[in-house]
Design a protein around this ligand. Structure first.
Ligand SMILES: [Zn+2]
Length: 449
């Protein structure tokens, strides 16, 4: 009884007093995920399994496609974005773009403060864990709390390595050590395609075990698990299109159990790639695959990557339009309801979520009124207010005598400045905000009172 009274009094105080700091106003209750698994399938071009596309080799000959029935089933339960292009179809750069949401990112940028999804997640007390066969590099590894990775980048002689910091519970480290030692049991006695498929399976199984363990034993600890499986890419480079397709089909079966783990544990699953793959026939009459060199980098098969998102708050839809790999990072943060901007991002949130959040930041407490169709939804005095769970659509925001309309399709931030800059300086500020805003669409307006 006493608790209820305290809560009531606290609520009344909140409503009366101007509020310093951040305030969340829940307009409609939302179901945020408990975390996310970001699965990066190295070298997986969507051209080779999306039903809408037909892949071609460099000479324009049609190639066969994979039957990725399970991945398409996952897509049917969430959002599948049709056309997503990797701006820099290389492994290290692709992973840099995925981490930062910036289309020209490189490993140097990944090192910057507040540059990556991992920095944003850490601000909200997430644990960042990774299992990466390829695509990891020093600055990316440094952003993880724990990472199991293959330092050899070789299926022939894999060398599973483990790095971690003190934030990670000891039992989680022990579990990761078990998986580190388990790689040979997957690969021993296997050669060729079978070995490649087993290598991927080890990466998926390790990730699945970690995700499940985290939910079972540390249910209150949110986490972002980044996974890279490398064998589809390697098959593309060295074994030609038929084996490449075979590896996609093998992976397809393995991914489904990871999806079920996510589904049962209220975790978001995002499936994407660092780049695609293009095949060229050599003079000797055999196919080789590539994506990074000049010959391949401009080709659609090298650039077009899958993007499939599922989670408790993700819409079921196939999303048209052209998007970039730089949009993946801000979209992931939006799904997690982590309202952070990525400092250098030029990506946009793809509207995959069932609702949108609107954050309004002022330099000092202001009366903020949110309206829809001339009806007031909420009125509050604050300097950093996030309205949560808004249906996509048109809204009116009034602050200190100024009114603006907002077309809300995905999460948005409006910064209200009381600025003494002259108009040119202000324009510069606004432009730079748009350039570097990324992550969340930021609108900065000036209060003229
Ligand atoms: Zn790659």
């Amino acid at each position: 009884m006493q608790t209820r009274q305290v809560v009531l009094i606290a609520l009344i105080v909140c409503l009366i007093l101007p509020i310093a700091g951040a305030t969340d106003v829940i307009i409609n209750p939302v179901t945020s995920p408990n975390g996310a698994v970001l699965l990066i399938v190295d070298g997986l071009g969507s051209s080779y399994f999306y039903p809408e596309f037909v892949p071609h080799d460099l000479d324009g000959n049609e190639l066969m496609k994979a039957e990725a029935n399970d991945i398409m089933l996952i897509a049917d339960g969430g959002a599948r974005i049709l056309d997503v292009r990797a701006p820099q179809p290389r492994t290290t750069l692709g992973h840099s773009v995925l981490a930062t949401g910036y289309s020209r990112a490189d490993p140097l940028l990944v090192e910057f403060n507040d540059a990556t999804i991992f920095d944003a997640a850490h601000k909200h007390d997430y644990l960042c864990i990774a299992v990466m066969q390829k695509g990891d590099f020093e600055t990316l590894r440094a952003k993880q709390d724990a990472i199991l990775f293959d330092s050899s980048n070789s299926i022939k002689t894999p060398a599973a390595d483990l790095e971690s910091n003190a934030q990670v519970p000891v039992d989680v480290i022990e579990l990761m050590q078990e998986w580190q030692n388990d790689v040979s049991s997957y690969l021993d006695g296997r050669e060729g395609v079978e070995r490649y498929a087993a290598y991927n399976r080890w990466g998926i199984d390790a990730s699945d075990a970690i995700a499940r363990y985290m939910r079972d034993h540390h249910p209150d600890q949110k986490f972002l698990l980044t996974v890279n499986v490398g064998a589809v890419d390697l098959a593309g480079h060295y074994m030609g299109p038929e084996r490449y397709i075979e590896l996609i089909e093998e992976l397809d079966e393995d991914v489904y159990k990871l999806y079920l783990t996510c589904l049962e544990n209220n975790l978001a699953l995002i499936i994407t790639a660092d780049h695609g793959m293009t095949f060229a026939m050599t003079e000797k009459g055999r196919y080789v695959g590539g994506h990074a060199s000049e010959k391949y980098a401009g080709v659609v098969e090298s650039r077009r990557i899958p993007l499939i998102a599922s989670g408790p708050n993700v819409r079921i839809d196939v999303i048209d339009g052209t998007y970039g790999q730089e949009d993946v990072a801000p979209t992931l943060l939006s799904i997690l309801d982590v309202p952070e901007t990525l400092q250098h991002s030029d990506g946009n949130i793809i509207p995959v979520k069932k609702y949108a959040n609107l954050r309004i930041i002022a330099e000092s407490p202001l009366k903020i009124t949110l309206q829809r169709n001339d009806a007031t939804l909420y009125s509050i005095t604050g300097e950093d207010v996030t309205f949560i769970g808004l249906a996509p659509g048109n809204y009116t925001v009034s602050t200190g005598g100024r009114t603006m309309s907002v077309n809300l399709r995905s999460d948005q931030v409006i910064e209200i400045e009381t600025s003494s800059y002259d108009k040119t300086a202000l324009a510069a500020v606004m432009i730079s905000t748009i350039m570097i805003g990324g992550g969340l669409t930021i609108r900065r307006i000036t209060r003229e009172d």
